[in-house]
Design a protein around this ligand. Structure first.
Ligand SMILES: Cc1ncc(COP(=O)(O)O)c(C=O)c1O
Length: 429
């Protein structure tokens, strides 16, 4: 049976709100609160009623000892699965030496990670952050500063896309008190080059785009779209800013998704997979695009500290190993073939299978949040997204055994959804 109340609380899996607590801690006269079993975490998430205490490869073990196949990966974060020995060693070795020093000093681990990112991408410079949203804010600032450095501070608008998701911290910009920075985002429909052209004006600084939309529902760019954006940027002196927070670091079978389309950005934000589960993000830029970011223009306390960048280096040791990315691409093809068979077997449930590599979206005919609950009842984790999609974001190290296991669990989840559908058809007829 599918829990409809819980399912309804996951609209697209983006921002999730839960009704306020029904009871509160009570305060005594001395200002000491009585013990409560209620969560003291601000109730902004509708959490599923399960907690995990261990992870091992593609599997998570819950506090009750039951095991779940993890095709959510902490929302595309755990790119090497859970407890990968190379990551565990790198983290524990670094933890025994030095955790944090601040960016007032040289950080060899960060230098090494930045050098490797530069050597393997279009970029000349890297700035490390702790999260995707911070990476985005830095990328946006870099684009604005570029035009300011060129004598055009009025060019601060970015064209963005409907269905896009870039993070939740614009409040920090607003809090800076400069109303100019609160505005400045012009939105075009996804894939619509003509609409983008129409939005370009004297205030436009650049175009901000996810090469493949993640929260939007693993929406691939229509043929020629990213190339068209690149050409428009070149014609109008704009910067192409790509958000690869979700699509990057091997997820698509390329180091970065834009490589699939042969289109190179000027600035790129990354996060999620680069830390393999340790909070780490970055924005990358060409020398030209980064020219406004001089000493004193940007900073962070934690970003790029020794512990985080030791983890980032360990992730790259694996991802950049010869043949690793080709294996991801190949595994992606295998799993999509198996999902296509599942679609044939359950045409009332599965509408479409799409994606690149192990960045996979399954669009459904039935509500995606209910499907996620049905999958969880089969001890498999998937992540809802917009466009009535569930995302499959397994660890990039997944093998055929886990694929077989995933397909049988998804098959049974489809069965549960079909049963619920049949039961509701019966009551309405
Ligand atoms: C494409 C994209 N950009 C930015 C973000 C924000 O990242 P974070 O949640 O680490 O701030 C996300 C998070 O899901 C994302 O998918």
């Amino acid at each position: 049976m599918i829990d409809k109340v819980e399912a309804a609380a996951h609209p697209g899996g983006v921002l999730i709100f839960r009704p306020p607590f029904t009871s509160q801690n009570t305060m005594s006269d001395q200002g000491v609160k009585s013990a409560s079993t209620e969560s003291a975490i601000l109730p902004t998430y509708a959490r599923a009623p399960v907690a995990f205490e261990r992870g091992d490869g593609c599997w998570l073990t819950a506090t009750d000892g039951s095991r779940y196949l993890d095709f959510g990966g902490g929302i595309a974060v755990c790119c090497l699965g859970h407890g990968h020995p190379h990551l565990v060693n790198a983290l524990t070795e670094q933890a025994q030496k030095l955790w944090h020093v601040s960016n007032l000093f040289q950080i060899p681990q960060a230098e090494r990670l930045a050098r490797r990112l530069v050597e393997n991408t279009f970029a000349d410079y890297v700035f490390f952050t702790n999260s995707g949203a911070e990476a985005l804010e830095g990328a946006i600032k870099t684009a604005r500063k570029y035009h300011a450095a060129n004598g055009h501070p009025e060019r601060f608008h970015l064209i963005t896309f409907e269905g896009a998701f870039h993070g939740r911290t614009l409040a920090t910009i607003a809090a800076g008190g400069n109303p100019k920075y609160i505005e400045g985002f012009d939105q075009a429909p996804w894939g619509d080059l003509e609409a983008v052209k129409a939005l370009i004006g004297p205030q436009t600084a650049g175009i901000l785009v996810e090469p493949i939309q993640g929260e939007g529902g693993v929406r691939l760019p229509p043929p020629g779209f990213l190339r068209g954006l690149r050409d428009l940027c070149d014609q109008h002196g704009l910067l192409l800013v790509m958000d690869e927070v979700q699509s990057g670091v091997g997820r698509t079978g390329k180091f970065f998704a834009h490589e699939i389309y042969g289109v190179t950005p000027d600035i790129m934000s990354i996060a999620k997979g680069i830390g393999g589960g340790f909070p780490l993000g970055a924005f990358l830029a060409t020398k030209e695009a980064g020219k406004g970011m001089v000493v004193g223009t940007h900073g962070t306390t934690y970003g790029g500290n020794p512990l985080a960048t030791a983890c980032g280096n360990a992730v790259l040791d694996v991802i950049l190993e010869d043949g690793f990315l080709d294996r991801v691409a190949h595994t992606g093809i295998l799993i999509k073939q198996r999902l296509a068979q599942l679609q044939d077997a359950h045409p009332k449930v599965i509408a479409e299978v799409r994606g690149e590599g192990l960045f996979i979206g399954v669009r459904l005919h039935t509500p995606n949040a209910e499907f996620a609950v049905a999958a969880r009842a089969e001890h498999m984790l998937v992540i809802p997204a917009l466009d009535n999609v569930v995302r499959l974001l397994p660890p990039l190290i997944i093998g055929e055994t886990e694929i077989d296991e995933a397909i049988s669990r998804l098959d049974r989840a489809c069965g549960r959804v079909e049963q619920a559908l049949a039961a509701s058809e019966k009551t309405t007829s």
